[in-house]
Ligand binder design. Structure first.
Ligand code: AMP
Length: 394
């Protein structure tokens, strides 16, 4: 992918619209994981050093065109200020900020309010999105795309805006793509992929595409119960996507035919309820009681997964192995994260949520080969899809 690089634009002392992914988890007004803000700093610092006036466009959550105070980017402006060490001007609205943008002096930063408060940002109507992009394009001379977590979205500030202005990819996007290319072009072998998280439907595309490329595929999380159901096991009250059981059966057969090692858990941590204090019990994967639900992979399985991971030279992991938010069901995710830190090769943690999970469990970013900021985006890249935000920056 021939991304246009930041160094190809002469940005010195210009006005730059910078699309970032600042979609961080916020609880009661407090940012609980600022990984994505930190990951955006390299490009911001470069633009400041080049004397640019910087207008940052970003989103938070899915407000669906409504102004929702809990999805305001104001707390992000404050964190950004602390990280960069200078004041950040905040505009209460992304629209109508042209004058403010024009008044910026070199090195000044303006953060616009959540762009998804504007319905047209995510509209299915090309004209609606173009209209918004046209207004935003009056705020600056150049566009720098650095919001990797949103590049799989054909949204106004990601796609149309980039097309309207002289543009380049920021450092974060350039780094992300470089790492993902290593996973797709000639990865060092053995190559293992570990997938978890809630839904098979989110991952079915990537599983089908990667099946032909990997040596080992390990599955945990809520999605594993659709696999166990496909094997004919009863799964009690666990999460399941019944309409995907047939597809999963085909995947299991295909993996067998082409010699991919499909690793499924042999034990499961179950509980009666989906609550933090529900008593955990370990059962065999083919013996989940009717009135129980699986909330984590069992300790034996976690160890088996970890052994497989440590044998690999290339590993991609997306999605927790269990409900890691509840300490009783976090062991699988912790053991897998630990194993990733021991890989002799490249180990990539894919996704904002997986990244937040490993940080919550006490791991540091530098423990891993690479932590991607975009879950959906990295999965769609590995699926082999064309991502609108990357196309626009090519
Ligand atoms: P995703 O966004 O698809 O990566 O899913 C992440 C979510 O999956 C986390 O919030 C986990 O709590 C949840 N999850 C993982 N394992 C399970 C499980 N066995 N049952 C229900 N939810 C799960």
């Amino acid at each position: 992918m021939g991304l246009k690089k930041l160094s190809e634009l002469n940005l010195q002392s210009h006005r730059v619209l910078l699309r970032c992914d600042l979609n961080v988890p916020i609880k009661d007004g407090v940012i609980t994981d600022d990984g994505r803000i930190v990951a955006s700093m390299s490009t911001i610092k470069k633009l400041v050093a080049a004397n640019c006036s910087i207008v940052i466009v970003a989103h938070l959550g899915r407000p669906k065109g409504q102004r929702k105070s809990e999805m305001s980017l104001r707390p992000v402006a404050e964190r950004l200020e602390k990280l960069i060490g200078t004041s950040v001007i905040f505009s209460e609205s992304a629209l109508g900020a042209s004058e403010l943008a024009m008044s910026l002096k070199p090195k000044q930063i303006l953060l616009l309010e959540n762009i998804r408060f504007e319905e047209s940002e995510t509209s299915k109507d090309d004209n609606e999105r173009l209209k918004l992009a046209k207004e935003l394009s009056t705020y600056a001379d150049y566009y720098v795309g650095d919001g990797f977590g949103a590049v799989h979205r054909k949204h106004a500030s990601v796609f149309e805006l980039a097309n309207l202005m002289p543009h380049a990819a920021g450092d974060l996007i350039a780094n992300e793509v470089e790492v993902l290319e290593k996973l797709t072009k000639n990865p060092s072998r053995p190559y293992g992929v570990v997938l978890g998280g809630a839904k098979v439907s989110d991952k079915i595309g990537v599983i089908s595409n990667l099946l032909e490329k990997v040596d080992v595929l390990a599955i945990g999380g809520g999605m594993v119960f659709t696999f166990l159901a496909a094997k004919g096991f009863s799964i009690g009250k666990s999460l399941v996507e019944v309409d995907l059981i047939e597809t999963v059966k085909e995947l299991i057969t295909r993996a067998d035919q082409i010699g991919v090692k499909l690793v499924l858990p042999e034990d499961i941590v179950v509980a009666a309820e989906f609550t933090a204090d529900s008593a955990p019990m370990i059962v065999r994967a083919d013996q989940i009681p009717e009135d129980m639900m699986g909330l984590d992979i069992g300790p034996n399985s976690a160890n088996i997964f970890a052994l497989e991971i440590k044998k690999c030279k290339t590993v991609f992991w997306n999605g927790p192995m269990g409900v890691f938010e509840f300490p009783n069901f976090a062991n699988g995710t912790r053991v897998i994260a630990q194993a990733l830190t021991k890989v002799d090769g490249i180990a990539v943690v894919g996704g904002g949520d997986s990244a937040a999970a490993v940080r919550k469990l006490g791991f540091a970013d530098q423990d891993f080969g690479y932590i991607s900021t975009g879950g959906g985006a990295s999965l769609e890249y590995l699926e082999g899809k064309e991502l609108p935000g990357l196309m626009a920056l090519s």
